[in-house]
Design a protein around this ligand. Structure first.
Ligand code: NDP
Ligand code: MG
Length: 398
């Protein structure tokens, strides 16, 4: 049955209990006249989903984890009439809800791929925070969005910044994009100290408050590597047109260089509410949730080149971009396995790039023509990386 149009943008939020999820809720709460939350999902934290559902009167709730779904169903914590769905199929069903306009995918890792593709097929606007999805299957996601004619807004701050800088400019005039990197927790650490770092050290990000996986990725600069690959996919650029620079203040989020040498930059404080609001309200602007920059206070903007010998995960990402094909997806899969093992204190910090490099060297690079082959190779890469964990264990985990 057709659902009547709404004056408000109706949002499905996948990953509602996470860091991006929380910032999205702040944006939605600040603009009740413009935004409405119609569905939320998470992996297992149904208690938090119940609180969100009550606060925002959300009629549809999804849980990926089956046990959590069953607990949520029998809990009585959701208002009568709330529709609960479970598993990946449940998340995918939420992406297709007839009464939704925009699906914001902020599920950590690549689990959101199928729901993102379902949203595109159903003609929804896609707001994409989960960078791993574009690294795994950017070619297919971008082609599907183009074919269906749906809008895709990047939520990752640097890509949202690039989007804002290039909008209205012919693509042929863009010569380079430069993403900024805070440098993560170990920006100023000497190389020899890196062999002793613990998960607690890696989780201390200087500027951003984010989920654990992306915070470790920031410390290795794999996050910037994934973002370069993401940018290449989103903006249809060659590997040599995408680069990164250290910018400790995290105020400038990107620099876009045009053919005439002019550069445009996007500036805002380091809070994800800025790109999230941009993606949800586009093309409109409204007062933000967080304070804008205060130019009455002294601040400086500093840029430095990145030493890729100290951050091999960035060099490896660039290699995979030049190689193309399945290489970026292998990089992503091996990194996810290695980061999870590091967070569980099973491997040392410096084993992360070693495992990724070895996984890449063990798998031949191909250019799969269909998504099923991509997913099969992603699974092979995860198995290969998992097999390598044994040889990289920390002494305490032996
Ligand atoms: P968090 O770890 O804070 O949150 C992850 C969210 O995803 C939680 O809601 C979690 O649910 C949910 N989730 C995890 N696995 C599944 C699953 N299998 N099915 C359904 N939901 C799942 O992550 P972030 O918010 O930091 O990051 C989310 C994504 O956004 C990542 O891809 C990240 O790279 C990207 N991103 C994040 C930024 C940030 O500032 N945080 C910046 C730019 C991009 P539960 O709580 O139940 O586990
Ligand atoms: Mg980012």
């Amino acid at each position: 049955m057709p659902v009547p149009a709404s004056p408000r943008t109706r949002v499905v939020l996948l990953g509602a209990t996470g860091s991006i999820g929380e910032n999205t809720l702040r944006v939605i709460a600040a603009h009740p006249d413009k935004l409405e939350l119609v569905a939320i999902a998470a992996r297992s934290n149904w208690q938090k989903l119940a609180a969100i559902a009550a606060e925002f009167r959300v009629p549809h709730v999804g849980l990926f984890d089956n046990d959590a779904y069953l607990s949520a169903k029998s809990s009585g914590a959701f208002a009568p009439g709330t529709k609960l769905v479970g598993g990946l199929s449940g998340l995918t069903e939420l992406s297709r809800l007839p009464e939704a306009d925009t699906v914001l995918v902020a599920v950590v890792g690549t689990t959101g791929l199928q729901p993102a593709l379902a949203a595109i097929e159903a003609g929804k606007t896609l707001a994409l925070a989960s960078k791993e999805i574009l690294v795994l299957a950017g070619k297919f996601v971008m082609a599907a969005a183009k074919k269906r004619g749906v809008k895709l807004f990047p939520v990752d701050s640097e890509h949202n910044a690039v989007f804002q800088c290039v909008e209205g400019h012919p693509a042929a005039g863009v010569s380079r994009i430069i993403l900024t990197a805070s440098g993560g927790a170990f920006r100023d650490w000497p190389a020899e100290k890196l062999s002793h770092v613990t998960p607690a050290d890696a989780l201390k990000h200087p500027n951003w408050s984010m989920g654990p996986k992306i915070t470790v990725d920031s410390a290795t600069l794999a996050n910037k590597g994934l973002e370069l690959i993401e940018a290449q996919q989103l903006f249809g650029l060659r590997a040599d047109q995408c680069d990164a620079v250290i910018h400790p203040q995290s105020i400038v989020h990107c620099l876009v260089e045009f053919a005439d040498g002019a550069m445009l930059a996007q500036l805002c404080p380091p809070s994800m509410t800025f790109p999230i609001q941009h993606a949800l309200l586009h093309p409109h602007r409204a007062p933000g949730v967080d304070r804008p920059l205060d130019l009455k206070k002294l601040f400086s903007l500093e840029f430095r080149p990145i030493d890729e010998t100290r951050f091999p995960m960035l060099a490896l990402a660039k290699q995979t971009m030049r190689a193309g094909g399945i290489a970026p997806a292998i990089y992503n899969a091996a990194n996810e396995v290695a980061v999870a093992a590091f967070l569980e204190e099973k491997i040392p910090f410096l084993a992360i790039p070693r495992i990724v490099e070895e996984t890449l060297s063990k798998m031949p690079n191909t250019d799969p023509a269909d998504l099923d082959t991509v997913l099969a190779l992603d699974a092979t890469a995860r198995r290969t990386a998992t097999d390598l964990l044994g040889g990289a264990r920390t002494p305490s985990a032996l």
